[in-house]
Ligand binder design. Structure first.
Ligand SMILES: C[S@@+](CC[C@H](N)C(=O)[O-])C[C@H]1O[C@@H](n2cnc3c(N)ncnc32)[C@H](O)[C@@H]1O
Length: 169
């Protein structure tokens, strides 16, 4: 196992404790979302957890810059590997569909330069979830065209700030 995988693998429990606190706060929108996009999907622990909790999705697109970070890939996820470093990079051009019921940027919004694209990837009536460790909380952008429906802090070993925004129909 590479050093990267060992370090990343050791984060699993701290990520799971955040999901456990977040999911009850999002039950309403998780239950009605069919198409989801995960920016910085990593090992897809969130989607394994949601499956175990009984949630099902018709389409899960997972974006990442690193194949090593996503290994082993999770069945049922469409992986989209990007090189987000170019100035002209445009995420929507890499995706097969125009909009999603739910866009997740979980512990990744502080790593991306294309955050202004996020609201445009959410369908009318859909939701955007951003979460980051507290030290990066200033990286969460509140998008004016969307309403804040839930926000707060989650986690035990590491505390995250999260903001859930919804787009009107
Ligand atoms: C801290 S991990 C979080 C992984 C996952 N969201 C979770 O909850 O465990 C950040 C992930 O974002 C990916 N990443 C880094 N820069 C990125 C970018 N510009 N676009 C998409 N993913 C990126 C990393 O490879 C890594 O898998």
């Amino acid at each position: 196992m590479s050093f990267f995988n060992e370090v990343y693998g050791s984060w699993k429990d701290k990520q799971l404790s955040k999901y456990e606190e977040l999911v009850p706060k999002m039950k309403r929108c998780l239950g009605k979302s069919e198409s989801v996009l995960d920016i910085g999907i990593g090992r897809a622990w969130l989607w394994k957890y949601l499956k175990e909790e009984g949630f099902g999705f018709k389409r899960i697109d997972g974006v990442d810059i690193s194949r090593e970070a996503t290994e082993p890939e999770l069945d049922g996820v469409n992986y989209v590997y990007i090189d987000g470093s170019s100035k002209d990079f445009n995420l929507s051009q890499e995706l097969e569909i125009d909009g999603y019921d739910l866009v997740f940027a979980f512990d990744s919004v502080h790593l991306i330069d294309y955050e202004d694209e996020l609201p445009g990837l959410v369908k009318d009536g859909g939701f955007l979830l951003q979460a980051v460790p507290l030290r990066f909380r200033k990286e969460i952008k509140i998008y004016r065209e969307m309403e804040v429906v839930e926000q707060g802090e989650i986690g035990v070993e590491e505390i995250d700030r999260f903001v859930l925004q919804g787009k009107s129909d």
